[in-house]
Write a protein that binds this ligand. Structure first.
Ligand SMILES: O=C(O)CCC(=O)C(=O)O
Ligand SMILES: [Fe+2]
Length: 249
């Protein structure tokens, strides 16, 4: 028997404007998406998480390091690592941010009591998937994958379009849980047109759900050295069909 979810959508949400915005522009930023208490409790779980990975593209290779372990490395090693990450980002696809792989953790039998499993369940709850189908018009959305992300000063994600063959990603989402943010701290989700101009930017905002259709060119601008906090989100994709990992024995 499944447990009742501790996290619920805001029952008073009117999705009409966001569905219209999505139809017109392929993206929408929905405020107050969860019950406020739910958003606060998820943020607390992220703030208390004992381990964050440092995810990066280092010389063209994806690496997942232990964020705290990296901080403890000699300055020379860190500088060498950063030089490779920056070189990759300059003209290619690059990224540097902290993450917790919620989807993988949920599907790993060894971590059945992980505090973020309920976040996977929220994203895959009937009301959330119904919201995603309703707002995007993609009726075949059947599940969501998810990771928690934390962008600290210097973190970024360069331009890409989220399109990966075989993943059936219909729409990307970013559930922002950043309690206090200023757009001049960076960390903006930038949407780019075919000329490389910024069409629109979504700033982190507590308890908002950004949804945008795949494929679509976008980037996360670098977080400023003077940012007054961390940019916390749950991000992933609403995907067509059944979650392939639910078919385990
Ligand atoms: O965090 C964001 O605003 C966007 C994240 C993103 O584009 C991605 O993970 O592919
Ligand atoms: Fe993306």
């Amino acid at each position: 028997m499944s447990r009742p979810s501790p996290f619920r959508l805001n029952q008073a949400l009117d999705l009409t404007p966001w569905r219209e915005r999505m139809a017109a522009r392929g993206r929408a930023q929905i405020p107050d998406v969860l019950e406020p208490d739910a958003a606060k409790r998820i943020l607390t779980r992220l703030e208390m998480a004992p381990r964050w990975n440092l995810a990066a593209d280092c010389a063209g290779r994806h690496v997942d390091l232990d964020a705290k372990g990296m901080e403890a490395r000699p300055a020379k090693d860190r500088a060498q690592f950063m030089a490779l990450v920056h070189e990759q980002a300059r003209d290619g696809f690059g990224y540097l941010f902290n993450n917790i792989p919620i989807y993988d953790i949920y599907h790993n039998r060894k971590t059945q009591s992980h505090p973020l499993n309920e976040v996977y369940e929220l994203l895959n709850s009937a009301p959330m998937l119904e919201l995603a189908r309703h707002v995007t018009g993609c009726d075949d959305i059947g599940f969501a994958d998810a990771q928690a992300t934390r962008y600290l000063p210097g973190h970024f994600l360069t331009e890409h379009d989220d399109n990966v063959a075989g993943k059936n990603r219909r729409a990307a989402y970013v559930l922002s849980l950043t309690a206090k943010w200023r757009p001049d701290w960076g960390g903006l989700t930038l949407f780019l047109d075919e000329h490389g101009c910024v069409e629109e930017a979504f700033a982190p905002k507590f308890n908002t759900l950004s949804i945008f259709l795949v494929p679509q060119r976008h980037a996360v601008s670098v977080v400023a050295p003077f940012a007054g906090g961390a940019r916390y989100s749950i991000t992933g994709w609403f995907r067509a069909g059944e979650d392939p990992l639910l078919r385990r024995a």
